[in-house]
Design a binder for this molecule. Structure first.
Ligand SMILES: [Cu+2]
Length: 160
């Protein structure tokens, strides 16, 4: 075999191998995207107010670590306005006080390092939602910062 023919064959093989590897590269891309989704799994949690009581229908919510969390809050009251506010453990009263001072036009929430996520203030009978990255593993508090509600309208949010 002369060297010219050998180099033509070699070039041909390189051309074939790059054609073959192209679809594999395309196939690999969605797989990588799926793995990224698995690492930050989307989790949707539903919670509602308990009729006309200043209460949620759940005392605890939990999500796996690294979740991308969506909390959907359904305000089942015909009269009361509520929200759903996730805060660092033990910061509920402080966050509620700041929110009440800020007033209804601010949705009774003031963003701060104590506040992890919050919905808008929900009018009676409406639904609001918020999506956020789960904080690190641990136990957090959630509450409604509508004036006077947080004494009993609260619960635990656990990241496992
Ligand atoms: Cu409330």
């Amino acid at each position: 075999m002369n060297s010219k023919l050998l180099s033509v064959i070699t070039l041909g093989m390189i051309a074939v191998s790059s054609v073959l590897s192209a679809p594999q590269a395309f196939a690999a891309a969605p797989k990588a995207a799926k793995m990224a989704t698995a690492a930050g799994k989307a989790v949707t949690l539903n919670i509602a107010s308990n009729g006309e009581q200043m209460m949620y229908n759940k005392k605890e919510l939990s999500v796996p670590a690294n979740s991308k969390v969506t909390v959907i809050f359904q305000n089942k009251s015909a009269a009361l306005k509520h929200n759903w506010v996730l805060v660092k453990a033990g910061k509920g009263d402080k966050v509620a006080a700041a929110g009440i001072a800020a007033g209804e036009s601010k949705g009774y929430v003031v963003a701060s390092s104590d506040v992890i996520a919050y919905t808008k203030l929900s009018a009676a009978g409406k639904k609001v939602q918020v999506t956020f990255q789960a904080p690190k593993k641990g136990t957090y508090d959630f509450l409604c910062t509508s004036p006077g509600h947080n004494a009993i309208m609260k619960g635990k949010f656990v990241v496992k």
